[in-house]
Design a protein around this ligand. Structure first.
Ligand code: UDP
Length: 235
């Protein structure tokens, strides 16, 4: 295995499946099964899950809401996704613990870095919910932040395409997948990998980001093994 401690970022949309909105329990089970393979291989795994399947702060703000209030709703939506994933993992015998950046003691643990690392050491999957706990951020940035805090070896960003391409592979058959990219190119060329705040935080701290397609069964474990199935951002 190439990595020992991994932070996996899953977008909210990944949990929708073919639906237009919400949580598709079949998708939750699919992701849980994929994660079980990593867990059984003894890899320490933390998750950050987005909420695009339920609510995005920018959408609320565009509709006339105060951005901070809308972002709070977005963060709460990530807690729902995280609880669904915790349940899906526990159902198949993978110990998992949600830790929320916004305290809600009756529902899950509040985020505490030292406690999170303890959970990981005890082979529990830790699910970081509520993003950074602050408005005007995204769960991509939360993923990089938490990965740095727990000293993860890599952030794995699960997407619907197998890495970063020179052009849209669905429109341009000559588009090529980059095997490796440096942070500065991603920022300069505005490549749609993750938001700029997350990329620059990763660059400042030399944290690698691996972009891959999670919908392909077996890909998560391949990514952890270091197989050439996506794009590695570093340098
Ligand atoms: N959010 C936030 N602060 C954070 C993380 C998330 O305010 O640190 C809010 C924001 O409104 C965002 C929503 O939660 O739109 C859902 O997160 P994101 O858009 O990153 O989800 P994804 O695109 O990964 O599904």
């Amino acid at each position: 295995m190439r990595y020992r401690r991994v932070l996996l970022k899953i977008s909210g949309e990944a949990l929708m499946g073919a639906a237009a909105y919400g949580i598709n329990i079949k998708m939750v089970h699919f992701v849980a099964q994929e994660i079980r393979a990593i867990h059984e291989a003894g890899i320490q795994l933390a998750l950050v899950i987005g909420a695009g399947n339920i609510f995005r702060g920018v959408a609320g703000a565009a509709g006339g809401m105060d951005r901070s209030a809308a972002d709070s709703m977005g963060m709460l939506a990530t807690v729902m996704n995280s609880l669904a994933m915790q349940d899906g993992l526990q159902k198949i015998g993978v110990p998992a613990q949600v830790m929320s950046a916004i305290a809600m003691m009756n529902v899950c643990e509040p985020y505490e870095r030292v406690k999170a690392v303890e959970h990981l050491g005890q082979q529990r999957v830790v699910i970081f919910a509520a993003g950074t706990g602050n408005p005007y951020f995204t769960t991509d940035t939360a993923a990089v932040l938490r990965a740095l805090e727990i000293r993860a070896d890599v952030v794995m960003k699960a997407t619907r395409v197998d890495g970063v391409y020179s052009d849209d592979p669905e429109k341009n058959p000559r588009a090529v997948r980059y095997r490796e990219l440096d942070y500065t190119s991603v920022l300069r060329d505005n490549l749609q990998v993750m938001d700029a705040a997350g990329i620059s935080l990763a660059r400042e701290n030399k944290l690698p980001i691996f972009v891959f397609n999670m919908l392909e069964p077996g890909n998560i474990i391949k990514a952890v093994r270091g197989e050439d199935i996506g794009t590695l951002i570093g340098g």
